[in-house]
Design a protein around this ligand. Structure first.
Ligand SMILES: Cc1cc2nc3c(=O)[nH]c(=O)nc-3n(C[C@H](O)[C@H](O)[C@H](O)COP(=O)(O)OP(=O)(O)OC[C@H]3O[C@@H](n4cnc5c(N)ncnc54)[C@H](O)[C@@H]3O)c2cc1C
Ligand SMILES: *[C@@H]1O[C@H](CO)[C@@H](O)[C@H](O)[C@H]1NC(C)=O
Length: 503
């Protein structure tokens, strides 16, 4: 006999559910209000809604974004999506499998595949049970907008999320004698109509240029360079290492090339502030791309790259660095790029954002925080969040900043460090598995980063000694050089370690 379930408890769950939906739609009232349906906001909306929370997600434009950011997701980000039940957002968007990196140093290539058994490593670091299979880690690259649209679709179809297209203008503050607390936000819909949305917790995930950061965080982003993006026709310039992110290193700042769809390849060219060859007097960015960048690219890419410059579809984005701070505002928290940024050279932003969602989902689990109105408990959980996320984010942030300062620099000691770094990769084995595991968001142990960094520094000194020969070693000149190289290595690394430790 079929068992027909019509118990009162089930009907009551269904009806609270309807009541909540109605509260969101009619009264604009939810447990969580999220500002910004980007990578972080959309994923977090689904993650919290899956736990039964009532969520309102506010986005100023639900049109598919067309941007040059967030196009390569590291394996550690793919894994986070899987944990969130959102892995399907990478399907049907014409995404390209990424198996690792190809680094080209003054034209010589070295292949750096993502490590084997990566997923097991990650599981054992997080004390999860392994399923016993060995998998080589994979990332994905894609059109940013298509991925965002899939994430938003997941939020839109979730029964516990209401998505509203509206621009958030300011927070709503509830003031009592002793305390101040954020209880929601004011918005502007279709540029004319004022709206109000209320939630026990307001999450601000409005991206790199966050409007709310100034008020609720003591940190300010620093940007010393821009990435200039070009889109290349893939068929006319197949990359030397298919299914790999390409990093081109030479006398200019780093250049990235990676396929983002079956027919498109992205080129991102870093141009530091005040680069003389990109100044207006010298013909601007276009002329810099032609004269300085083009000759450093792999042969088969040059003609298409030159075409793309001529077609003039150049777009740029500032590359920012922003250390995270602890959220201390009752009722409000900054997340995503609004909270924390690092140079995009290593493609780490979305991996950080998605792993933050995984961590926050566990810290705000209704079993631990039944009522988000308990602001003291919520603030305590955000403090734990700040420290617990560091194992991963410190690695990704420090690596991104250190690699960028290393490869964008041009003095003699830095040149030896660059050479040493490349030689280190050429050694293969653990000398690539370690660094790429860190970059991929798989290895989450900061000491592994320090170990490899100083191994590179010593190898650089060795490279210098070999080049300068025994004679100069006897004069002591090499010893001075060696000390200088080591000193420079510290200058590259220590400020970023300090930035992670002090905040
Ligand atoms: C040049 C460049 C290249 C990058 N490449 C990569 C890469 O390859 N891989 C990678 O992992 N990361 C990359 N990143 C970083 C990555 O793009 C970000 O870390 C990621 O997009 C952050 O997600 P977010 O949700 O915090 O912000 P966003 O994705 O920017 O989302 C913010 C959302 O908030 C909305 N919004 C803003 N203001 C309001 C408002 N007032 N009201 C309502 N809605 C609002 C916006 O419309 C947007 O949808 C790159 C960054 C740069 C600059
Ligand atoms: C939505 O929330 C309810 C509780 O209000 C929960 O029982 C249900 O599982 C949630 N739905 C989904 C699809 O997660």
């Amino acid at each position: 006999m079929p068992y027909i379930s019509d118990t009162p408890s089930e009907t009551s769950i269904d009806s609270t559910h309807d009541v909540q939906e109605e509260r969101r739609r009619l009264h604009h009232d939810a447990e969580v209000v999220i500002v910004g349906a980007g990578v972080l906001g959309s994923a977090l909306a689904v993650a919290l809604a899956d736990q039964g929370r009532s969520v309102i997600l506010l986005e100023k434009s639900l049109k598919e974004p067309d941007r040059i950011v967030g196009e390569l997701l590291q394996p550690g980000g793919v894994e986070a999506l899987r944990k969130l039940g959102l892995r399907h957002c990478l399907d049907d968007i014409d995404a390209v499998t990424v198996k690792g990196y190809g680094v080209f140093f003054y034209g010589s290539p070295v292949e750096i595949p993502y490590p084997a058994n990566a997923v097991e490593q990650l599981e054992s670091q997080q004390h999860e049970k392994s399923n016993g299979t060995t998998t080589r880690a994979e990332g994905r690259s894609f059109h940013h907008g298509r991925f965002i649209s899939k994430l938003r679709a997941a939020a839109l179809s979730h029964p516990n999320v209401t998505v509203v297209e509206t621009e958030v203008t300011e927070p709503i503050i509830a003031q009592s004698e002793l305390t101040q607390r954020i209880i929601g936000v004011q918005t502007l819909t279709k540029k004319v109509q004022k709206d109000y949305f209320f939630g026990a917790l307001t999450i601000v995930a409005d991206g790199y240029n966050s409007k709310f950061r100034k008020t609720y965080s003591s940190a300010t982003p620093v940007s010393k360079s821009k990435f200039w993006g070009l889109e290349l026709q893939h068929e006319s310039c197949p990359l030397p290492m298919p299914m790999h992110g390409h990093v081109i290193l030479s006398d200019t700042a780093p250049i990235l090339l990676y396929q983002i769809g079956s027919h498109e390849t992205r080129a991102l060219v870093d141009i530091p502030e005040n680069t003389p060859s990109a100044s207006l007097a010298q013909g601007g960015v276009k002329s810099h791309l032609h004269k300085v960048v083009l000759p450093t690219l792999p042969e088969q890419v040059r003609a298409t790259f030159a075409d793309a410059i001529e077609r003039g579809q150049l777009r740029s984005m500032p590359n920012s660095c922003l250390p995270a701070t602890i959220n201390r505002t009752p009722g409000l928290a900054l997340l995503g790029d609004a909270l924390n940024m690092r140079h995009p050279l290593t493609g780490g932003g979305m991996t950080v954002a998605l792993n933050d969602v995984v961590l926050l989902q566990s810290l705000l689990d209704p079993a631990i925080v039944p009522d988000l109105d308990n602001t003291q408990l919520v603030l305590k959980q955000f403090k734990s969040f700040h420290w617990q996320r560091k194992n991963l984010t410190a690695v990704i942030n420090i690596l991104a900043q250190a690699l960028y300062s290393l490869f964008a620099a041009n003095d003699p000691q830095m040149k030896y460090l660059q050479k040493g770094c490349f030689r280190y990769f050429q050694l293969g084995g653990n000398c690539i598995d370690g660094p790429v595991g860190l970059l991929a968001g798989i290895i989450r142990q900061p000491f592994v980063l320090f170990y490899h960094f100083f191994a590179v520094a010593f190898l650089s000194i060795w490279v210098m000694l070999c080049e300068q020969g025994v004679l100069s070693a006897l004069t002591g000149w090499s010893a001075v050089q060696g000390v200088l190289i080591f000193y420079k290595a510290c200058l590259v690394l220590l400020p970023y370690i300090w930035a992670e430790v002090k905040s």
